[in-house]
Design a protein around this ligand. Structure first.
Ligand code: C2O
Ligand code: CU
Ligand code: CU
Length: 487
């Protein structure tokens, strides 16, 4: 058993708490109230945090501080609701570091409950990953560190306590972690990159509110868990982004527990997607909509004309063979953020025609193949057991995974510690928006997705990495497994 006795006892007690299939959640139940909040509030931009550089024997370390804490937040003006945030009442700062830098995150838990901080999409040692074994008690602290060793990307961080991730993320614990290339003079330099000016973070979450403006959870509502019909952008309903440049880059994160979005613009104007979860695509991709399942990201660049307004909308998502077709969040549109262009716009650089080919996915012949069947709340017939390691792999070893969803509703797949490539869906090549670096992919009904990647290069027999469905209700209910990277 590669777990310490203390971790095992903690795991056992977490399992006991989990015994009923649906964990008790704060504000559980209640009725949904969909307030009419007119578009008009300025979109808040999470503060940019580049940390401070501490120098020790090992050289410079870019050091950040994150303090999860409770507070209140108003979704509906005048109605304060219980919330959680990092370093404040709601969401968290946007952390930013460059490839090659050593980073350290000093975490201090000021909540009255245990939490973890997981770095979603980051290539890092399992001991720094912040999965469910890395619990930090109230008043406790942790200081994971690692060296940034992957391309520029829009990653994020959020809690991962087994059984209460939906509640903690839903109350507001989520933030972005932007990675840059250290000396980027390449084609990416032409992308809009002034944070908060023409490079805009958008953390999008559906909220299920009650009449007093509080977030409520509905784990019994349907097979996806809570689906709310109020859509918050950076925590705000009816948000407006003032645009002052010809082109803006939107870094969109679907931070919802269970809702799929299909983002586009109300006038169906076309835009360019430039990056997926783990970094730039091979070239800008012209689209009129991009669909994101929970935890996926897309960076898009859109052009505006002086003086115009255009609505970023989520169109009814394509959920494949979901049955019945309008269930599980299908069948409806939401207005998300209005972009209001100034009367005159500063010119932006033209988009480059290409960013550079991505390396070929690992050669299937040399890879270890594994199969995972997603059904109900189980992967290969088992629910998460904190004391069970599902498999062990060698550092850097090539892997090909077959992942099947046998349910008539959607799941998705996220793997910790790596960025992978999608090889095919039911044998056909992936759509171009999913052909780049991914850490999360949708699993629509009756679909077989095949992915390829190399295992993390960090050997550690003690600390596991997770793979799971990122529908947070499913994750909390145990739709998760764990692997270690041994020697
Ligand atoms: Cu976004 Cu296992 O997490
Ligand atoms: Cu993750
Ligand atoms: Cu699922």
């Amino acid at each position: 058993m590669p777990l310490t006795r203390r971790a095992f006892l903690r795991a056992a007690s977490a399992a006991a708490v989990l015994a009923p299939a649906a964990p008790a959640l704060a504000g559980c139940g209640g009725t949904e109230d969909v307030p009419t909040v007119p578009f008009g509030a300025r979109l808040p931009i999470p503060p940019l945090d580049q940390g401070t550089v501490e120098t020790s024997d090992g050289g410079p370390v870019r050091t950040f501080r994150l303090a999860p804490q409770a507070g209140t937040h108003e979704y509906v003006p005048g109605k304060a609701a219980e919330s959680m945030g990092y370093n404040g009442a709601y969401l968290g700062p946007t952390l930013r570091a460059a490839r090659g830098e050593k980073v350290r995150i000093r975490i201090e838990n000021r909540l009255s409950e245990a939490t973890t901080v997981h770095f979603h999409g980051m290539a890092l040692p399992a001991a720094a990953d912040g999965g469910p074994h890395a619990m930090i008690d109230p008043g406790g602290s942790a200081a994971p560190e690692w060296t940034i060793d992957q391309p520029a990307a829009t990653l994020w961080y959020h809690p991962h306590p087994h059984g209460s991730t939906e509640k903690q993320v839903g109350l507001g614990l989520a933030g972005l972690f932007l990675l840059d290339e250290a000396h980027d003079g390449g084609p990416a330099a032409a992308l809009p990159h002034q944070y908060g000016v023409d490079d805009i973070p958008l953390i999008i979450q559906d909220r299920r509110l009650d009449g007093s403006g509080k977030v409520t959870f509905d784990p019994s509502g349907n097979s996806l868990g809570t689906l709310g019909n109020s859509i918050a952008a950076n925590g705000t309903l009816g948000a407006v982004l003032p645009v002052t440049t010809q082109r803006v880059r939107l870094r969109i994160l679907n931070a919802s527990a269970g809702r799929w979005f299909r983002f586009g613009f109300a006038d169906r104007r076309r835009f360019h997607m430039v990056a997926s979860d783990g970094g730039l695509l091979a070239a800008p991709l012209e689209l009129d909509a991009v669909q994101l399942s929970p935890a996926e990201r897309a960076e898009i660049v859109v052009e505006l004309r002086p003086g115009e307004s255009v609505m970023l909308r989520s169109f009814a998502p394509d959920l494949g063979r979901v049955s019945p077709p309008d269930a599980f969040g299908g069948g409806r549109d939401f207005d998300v953020v209005r972009l209001d262009a100034a009367a005159s716009l500063a010119p932006s650089s033209a988009l480059p025609s290409a960013f550079g080919a991505l390396p070929a996915p690992v050669e299937a012949r040399t890879a270890t193949s594994r199969s995972f069947t997603f059904s109900g709340r189980q992967i290969n017939g088992r629910t998460m057991d904190m004391g069970r390691i599902d498999f062990t792999a060698a550092p850097g070893a090539p892997e090909v995974w077959f992942v099947d969803n046998v349910n008539p509703y959607q799941h998705n797949l996220h793997v910790h510690g790596v960025q992978f490539r999608l090889l095919d869906i039911n044998g056909a090549p992936p759509p171009p928006e999913r052909a780049g670096w991914k850490d999360t992919i949708p699993l629509l009904p009756r679909e077989r997705n095949r992915i390829a990647f190399r295992m993390p290069r960090y050997a550690d027999a003690e600390h596991p990495y997770m793979y799971h469905c990122h529908l947070l209700t499913h994750e909390d209910q145990g739709m998760m497994g764990q692997f270690t990277v041994g020697t």
